[in-house]
Design a binder for this molecule. Structure first.
Ligand code: HEM
Length: 408
């Protein structure tokens, strides 16, 4: 029996003990577009080759993000409608109408201006961690960064950051019984509360503008003054847009930081190399993203019949782009299972590609670099003091616990 025949990529339990890379490689060789069953609803096509993932991502009108959403599970009507309000699940041309007005604010040069603030946030986190010494790295150290950065970017009062952080944390992985209350799904009430917060923020900002006050130059103002297909965004739309911006960069960034630290601890020679020469960090971040991609996949739905390689795809079929597989495709990466911070070029697909290419890519890279500069600078010695524990999820490829000792 081949390694891959029992592989069930849609089952969250598949990834709990570790990503089954050997079985995925086996499947990619024998069935690069593989039919997979899931418990809830119809199965899906797992697209495993790098070149095929690129094609599906680029053909945004053939492979719709909106039709069935971007996750494998079938969503109820309300959840699907809510997802369709996010950039991630919009199709062209509507997608560009919403993406264009804010895209400039996420360009490398503009995001680069945030470096001093991001550095200060990272320094505060390191001071808090140094006081503890032994920490659960995911929760105690990484989780503070993305929400504080979004607080800064959106111009939220600093007193609100921890509230926002709590709401973002409550939305984490709905497939892990350890992270949600028994019998419950993802905590949608946290999204609704966050959307309400954003609606109040938008209303107050617009009132201040109407009263003749100059608004602060932040992302909130930019969105509220933006032109979305000939009209401004309503307060209600701003609510879901805000939720998407905060949540899209939350788990993914935390995962990049915690899986990144684990990868470096597991490869002490490479950790020593980045400690000795910080200019290696940007390459190390790319390799962390390739080797420990924070998201396993995103889904599309075929709009019309087509083929991917030799496989016939019917209209309405679910098609999942497996970054976890594409990032280790030997057609593109030499010695793909090797963690190598000097790998160049490194065309990993962890940020997607094409129409929906991650809007926060420059922010994520900046947060990654500055965070590790500050972490390695603050702690000359970092060691594992317990077993890392992975999140139970078929989507999030991350850790929920990473116990480490940080020594100054
Ligand atoms: C390591 C961190 C991150 C990873 C791995 C990541 C990954 C991704 C991926 C794979 C997509 C493409 C989805 C697709 O093709 O369907 C995406 C889209 C997106 N990301 Fe990120 N992301 C990260 C950080 C961030 C941050 C910090 C933000 C902050 C604003 C962000 C905002 C977005 C948005 C708004 C989209 C939707 C873009 C669109 O549909 O046009 N991401 N991200």
């Amino acid at each position: 029996m081949s390694l891959s025949s029992a592989l069930r990529l849609g089952d969250p339990d598949t990834f709990v003990a570790g990503v089954p890379h050997a079985a995925i490689a086996d499947l990619r060789r024998t069935a690069p577009v593989a039919w997979q069953e899931i418990d809830e609803g119809p199965g899906f096509w797992a697209v495993l080759r790098h070149s095929d993932v690129v094609r599906v991502a680029r053909e945004a009108t053939q492979f719709s993000a909106s039709l069935g959403g971007v996750v494998l599970e079938d969503l109820d009507d309300d959840s699907l409608e809510m997802m369709r309000g996010m950039l991630l699940a919009m199709d062209p041309p509507r997608h560009q109408t919403y993406r264009k007005p804010i895209a400039d604010s996420f360009k490398a040069r503009i995001i680069g201006e945030l470096e001093p603030q991001i550095r200060q946030i990272c320094r505060d986190l390191m001071v808090e961690a140094a006081d503890r010494g032994e920490v659960e790295f995911v929760h105690d150290v990484t989780s503070g960064l993305p929400s504080r950065v979004m607080g800064q970017l959106m111009g939220l009062p600093e007193d609100d950051w921890s509230h926002l952080h709590g709401l973002a944390e409550r939305q984490t992985s709905g497939q892990d019984p350890d992270l949600i209350a028994p019998g419950e799904g993802p905590d949608y009430s946290a999204s609704i509360e966050m959307a309400m917060y954003a609606i109040e923020l938008a209303t107050a900002r617009r009132r201040a503008i109407d009263a003749g006050r100059t608004p602060p130059s932040d992302l909130t103002t930019l969105i509220l003054e933006g032109d979305f297909g000939g009209q401004p965004m309503t307060e209600l739309d701003f609510g879901s847009f805000f939720v998407q911006l905060v949540t899209a960069g939350n788990d993914t960034t935390k995962t990049m930081l915690s899986s990144g630290l684990l990868a470096l601890l597991q490869h002490p020679d490479q950790l020593a190399a980045v400690r000795a020469d910080a200019s290696l960090l940007p390459g190390a971040i790319e390799e962390i993203l390739r080797w420990a991609n924070p998201l396993h996949y995103f889904r599309r739905t075929a709009v019309a019949p087509t083929r991917i390689g030799d496989t016939e795809i019917a209209a309405g079929d679910k098609v999942a782009m497996y970054y976890t597989s594409a990032n280790r495709d030997p057609e593109v990466f030499t010695d793909p299972d090797r963690f190598d911070i000097g790998r160049h070029p490194n065309p990993h697909l962890s940020f997607g590609i094409g129409e929906h290419f991650c809007l926060g890519v420059h922010l994520a890279r900046l947060e990654g670099r500055v965070f590790f500069e500050e972490l390695l600078g603050a702690f000359p010695k970092i060691e594992l003091v317990g077993e890392p524990v992975r999140i139970r999820s078929n989507l999030n490829n991350g850790l929920k616990r990473l116990p480490v000792r940080l020594e100054t």
